[in-house]
Design a protein around this ligand. Structure first.
Ligand code: MN
Length: 235
């Protein structure tokens, strides 16, 4: 399959069992999942922060290629950009959004997504907000900082992680995979709101911001060979 080609039906709506109800459901009249090949169409995102997630063939970025980038402006639509096996990762619209210094990117575990985007798309997708880092700074009463745990505790919704370890390199992604991938960016705007309130309450907003600003460098350290080392550790 040729590299940079666009989907013939970029607005395909995902069918299947109803998704769990979103906290902002009454405002999300036309919520839908949009699937694209090789790049984001121009102008599909509103202004402001975007939620971003990636799916790869595994956790070893030198070995395991980037398969999917999910992105949402928080208005209720999620966009999935799929990269083929032989992709040239030439995605000018997506890269422009990711590299935009005026657009905050929301992630859950930014460290990995920043590294996968940097490794395959060649851009540093900052500035950064990471819901997992924020959670670690405020939810000190638990060691459960997975997206599913956060969405359940802070937003009161159940999301499935069943498709997490599935074949994201398959020529055709299943509707279950697409629903799962979209759900990974669906709640990040709402989570940021809740976590910002908690960070302020605990007096850790500045500390969180400093961590977010370091995350791009943490990702570069991972890619440069320091992935398994805490460079701040004594031994
Ligand atoms: Mn994901």
């Amino acid at each position: 399959m040729a590299g940079a080609q666009h989907s013939l039906c970029p607005d395909r709506r995902i069918r299947g069992p109803p998704l769990s109800v979103h906290p902002l459901a009454p405002m999300r009249k036309n919520m839908s999942v949009h699937f694209h090949e090789e790049d984001l169409p121009e102008g599909v995102l509103g202004p402001g922060a975007v939620a971003v997630d990636t799916e790869t063939m595994g956790l070893q970025l030198g070995r395991d290629r980037l398969c999917l980038v999910q992105i949402s402006d928080g208005s209720g639509d999620e966009h999935l950009v799929r990269f083929a096996t032989d992709s040239a990762f030439d995605a000018p619209n997506l890269k422009a959004v990711l590299a935009d210094p005026d657009r905050l990117k929301l992630y859950h575990f930014a460290r990995f997504d920043l590294a996968s985007i940097r490794a395959y798309l060649g851009v540093m997708a900052a500035p950064v907000y990471c819901t997992k880092t924020a959670s670690r700074l405020v939810r000190t009463y638990t060691d459960r900082h997975g997206l599913k745990d956060l969405v359940k505790e802070l937003l009161g919704h159940e999301i499935s992680k069943q498709q997490q370890s599935s074949d994201w390199g398959a020529p055709d992604l299943s509707d279950a995979q697409k629903d799962y991938a979209a759900a990974d960016v669906r709640y990040l705007h709402a989570l940021k709101e809740r976590l910002d309130t908690r960070l302020a309450r605990e007096g850790r907003t500045e500390l969180a911001q400093a961590c977010f600003e370091f995350l791009p460098y943490r990702a570069v350290l991972d890619l440069a060979g320091w992935a398994d080392q805490d460079i701040f550790a004594h031994v």
